[in-house]
Design a protein around this ligand. Structure first.
Ligand code: HEM
Ligand code: HEM
Length: 188
């Protein structure tokens, strides 16, 4: 499989970024469920609530870096042509859907970052190093960012569901191999 996108296929770099982001998003949702529902004084699977928060914030920042890298990659390398199996309506909707996916990939970590910095909760990167807080305590910004973080986290579920639904509809019901465009180790 070529490293770069070709006129008809996504290359290894795009596929790697796509699935790395997907797996880390899954991690964020599962981790958030644990950290917001566990008892503060009872470890879960050997980790404290503080460990889960540190990990969620740190992986969230890694996701921000990946989202920016991915967006720059998309802007600087040619995209493959639309899959011939997509109807004109599906192409138009996918265009908007992908724009929303990028918006969510940026909004989630940025709102999380603003929430914890403006709330003065801080970030201990991977439990090792306290990050400098350039914002300082600002209650209104913390409250607003928390609402954005939570609302967008539900938006992601809807936007990703549409994206995955379209892929599965083609691949499983229309049996046109659509997912092979993005699945790892699937060539021509
Ligand atoms: C966090 C979850 C996901 C996000 C944010 C996401 C985002 C994206 C984006 C932005 C693209 C456009 C190509 C690019 O710019 O890299 C894309 C393409 C694609 N994604 Fe996802 N995706 C996610 C999950 C999934 C899942 C779970 C599947 C499979 C079931 C999937 C299947 C595909 C396929 C097949 C394409 C190529 C579409 C085409 O050729 O038109 N994605 N995805
Ligand atoms: C793409 C990256 C991220 C994703 C997908 C994500 C996802 C989530 C989800 C699903 C929740 C639970 C929302 C709810 O209560 O229903 C949550 C909560 C939270 N996230 Fe993130 N997050 C990300 C990045 C970050 C970052 C970078 C930070 C901070 C640096 C952060 C800090 C928090 C905090 C503190 C909460 C708890 C909010 C509360 O008080 O309920 N997140 N996140």
């Amino acid at each position: 499989m070529p490293l770069l996108n070709t006129a008809s296929h996504y290359g290894t770099v795009t596929r790697f970024l796509h699935w790395a982001v997907f797996l880390l998003f899954l991690h964020q949702y599962v981790g958030a469920k644990f950290m917001t529902h566990m008892a503060p004084d009872k470890p879960l699977f050997g980790l404290t609530q503080g460990n889960y928060y540190d990990w969620h914030k740190s992986i969230g920042l890694v996701l921000l870096a990946l989202a920016v890298a991915r967006w720059l990659w998309r802007k600087t390398t040619p995209l493959p042509d639309w899959s011939p199996v997509l109807t004109p309506a599906e192409r138009a909707i996918s265009h908007w859907n992908e724009t929303l996916l990028y918006a969510c990939m940026i909004l989630m970590p940025v709102s999380g970052y603003l929430f914890v910095m403006a709330g003065d909760y801080g970030i201990k990167l991977f439990g090792l190093h306290d990050l400098f807080n350039p914002i300082g305590k600002q209650e209104w910004l913390a409250s607003l960012s928390r609402v954005v973080h939570i609302v967008v986290s539900y938006m992601v579920v809807v936007v990703v569901a549409w994206h995955v639904g379209l892929g599965l509809k083609h691949h499983l019901f229309e049996r046109d191999g659509f997912l092979n465009r993005m699945l790892p180790f699937r060539g021509r």
